[in-house]
Design a protein around this ligand. Sequence first.
Ligand code: B12
Ligand code: SF4
Length: 500
Amino acid sequence: MLTPAARVLLVYPPSRTQKHSSCPASIMMLGAVLERAGYEVHLLDANAASRRLSTAQVVEHVRQLRPDVVGVTLLTPLVKEAYRLAFELRDCGARLLAGGPHATLLPEEPVEHGFGATVVGEGEPTIVEAVEAMLGRRPLESVLGLVYRGEDGHIEHNDPRPLVADLDSLPLPARHLVNPADYGSGPNEALFTHVFTSRGCPARCAYCAGGLFGKKFRFRSADSVVDEMIAIHRSYGTRDFYFTDDAMSMNHQRTEQICRRLIDEQHGFTWSMMTRIDSVDEALLEMAAHAGCVQIDYGVESGNPQTLKRIHKPHTVEMVRRVIPLTHRHGIRSAVFFILGFPWEDAPAIDLTLQLMKDLSEYVVFCPAIASVLIPFPSTEIYERYKDQCGFASWWISDDRTFDAPRLGTHPFYQATTFRLGAVLDADFFHYSRKVKEKMFDVFRFMRASNLKERGFWSRFLRLGAFDLSRKLDSISPLLERAVFTVPLALMEVVRGQEA
Ligand code: B12
Ligand code: SF4
């Protein structure tokens, strides 16, 4: 057996709103690469659904484990807390390494906030060398894709690391380092886990904060994907899979090969995928349904043709109207995402989105995600175009542009139930008028009503009734609303297990 080269802890930092039902692929992929190189690896997902940790608890964990290197995944909404974590860990003896989408977009920032270095882009080809460099076993200058502070105090950018050419060459994610109990799976229950089968996207949507995986699609082979599903099933009993690629079905030939094997081998797996409206057709949907596809997540984003054009979305409203009923006809559920609050949209423009939602509602489940209200992520076209005009430059490290989940007593009931993943309107990025905000709540109410359609009469009546009453009372007197809804809100917080 290899003597451990060193101990590395990979951390997905805490968020008050995120609750993961499966371990993030980033830390599992990097864990596998480090293990293969002989390192002792530990994973810590601070947002695991059944074991959510605060920054103080993560710090305590690090102090007890005493790793040589702590690698942290940085996402924009979590970055302020991650920088606080780095500050708290400043004297813990471990070197801190940053990576992930936010670190790739702004690689100097983590170095300015307590990290020893940033890995830009895909982590797999770089992390072993980066860890070696952090341990002083190779020069920092020798690691492609690394950003760090040089001896003269300036921040150095090494040459970029080329993208992984052959995704099949990557090891399978280190799922054995995950404790299923952290995600609510009992000893005899299957582990729910994501599977990543492709990288990259050539589209250039104006709000999309991706880009880390490049503009060219790269795909794992169909055999490698199905073999991984079978291996996961054998090790963890999993029968239901979620493919988290940006656009799983772009390569029809490969999707058909995956489906063909799943149909021929009759594993009885079910699966869901995220993909683009413009990447599916009748033949593909038919085959996917036969192969066990139960849900497709589509980013529809808007019902306003002008907006779809302005954000460079690769689909049209007509395509949406064709594809969603088609998906339904093949027995596959569509889970759809929309974005409200593009800065050029007034209330009548948002009505076009509401109308499309109404027309689609019999076929879909609406996903009221945190980004149902536009967030200007760094380096996006939206961010660059509006940051000065709207005054939100570097909002992710400022104190006045936060969008935490509403805490008890801070929001009326109808807003607290809408924004449990984060009250983006609090950040007031685009200074929406009262009319636009009101229209947004009409849309949120519609999504809620539509998603409740399967529920019994009383459940619907109570939930929608409470939403409407809270909204009405708030418009008459916020104090009155608080008086009536404090108890229901407190109960809701207890049920959701949030700290007040
Ligand atoms: C699945 C997913 C989720 C899941 C996560 C579930 C889970 N258990 O992991 C859920 C639904 C919870 C989620 C939530 C959110 N997400 Co999300 N999500 C994704 C998605 C589709 C896949 C993530 C993934 O697994 N990628 C595969 C892994 C292998 O890639 P990776 O995480 O980037 O890691 C690689 C590198 O980044 C790097 N790396 C990562 N960490 C580290 C650490 C070190 C030390 C090193 C060296 C390298 C390194 O190496 C890894 C391997 O190459 C991505 C899009 C994408 N294509 O990645 C968006 C994405 C990560 N999400 C994003 C966003 C914005 C969000 C949300 C804010 C909601 C939203 N979409 O608006 C919330 C966050 C909520 C909150 N309160 O903060 C953005 C992040 C942008 C940014 N600037 O931070 C992305 C890129 C989508 C996009 N294109 O805009 N998300
Ligand atoms: S299609 Fe999806 S992944 Fe590609 S740029 Fe647009 S939002 Fe991003």
